[in-house]
Design a protein. Structure first.
Length: 188
């Protein structure tokens, strides 16, 4: 199952948070701040994942989220959270969802990833009660097989998408940790 894992939030950041909040709430203030910032970063990543996938793949953010199941796991030692694990799961998505269109000279223009191409022997129709992009397996009329694009998990494995998401998580964590430190110091 494809996953994005952020293991190191930076030892210097953890040391800094520990130094600032070491005397607050019996030493648990640092764990509380880091955990809250990590939670906010993972929640924000779930929201942004579809947007980043839509930049590389020919799918809308809504269709991505509709076909996606995201599991978040936060792990850490000594009572504190030090890593986020986002697991993207889902089934493969029908090629029709990626904006496949029938060609004027036959075949189907299908572009799961921006800049796709033609499938000459494919056609769009409803077979077995489901409209999709179909292709004959042999020379005869039947059997046919439906064509699919990548799953949401495979889209997240794209280097560009996963790198953007990792950078986003880091940025959100960096901004939220400052807010959490201030919140705990002020007793909010």
């Amino acid at each position: 199952m494809p996953e994005i894992r952020i293991d190191e939030i930076g030892p210097n950041k953890i040391d800094r948070v520990n130094a600032i909040l070491s005397g607050i709430r019996g030493g648990s203030g640092a764990f509380e701040a880091i955990g809250a910032a990590m939670k906010r970063a993972s929640d924000s990543a779930k929201t942004q994942a579809g947007r980043y996938a839509a930049e590389v793949y020919n799918i809308s953010k809504g269709k991505f989220m509709e076909n996606c199941r995201i599991t978040t796991s936060m792990q850490g030692g000594g009572g504190g959270v030090t890593s986020i694990e986002l697991i993207f799961a889902g089934r493969v998505i029908r090629l029709l969802e990626f904006g496949a269109k029938g060609g004027k000279t036959g075949g189907v223009y299908a572009a799961p990833k921006n800049g796709g191409g033609n499938i000459r022997s494919a056609f769009i129709t409803a077979i077995y009660g489901q409209t999709g992009v179909w292709e004959r397996v042999g020379r005869h009329r039947f059997p046919v097989e439906q064509k699919y694009g990548p799953s949401t998990g495979h889209m997240m494995q794209d280097e560009g998408v996963s790198e953007q998401l990792t950078n986003h998580i880091q940025e959100v964590f960096d901004s939220r940790i400052e807010h959490e430190i201030t919140r705990i110091l002020n007793g909010w």
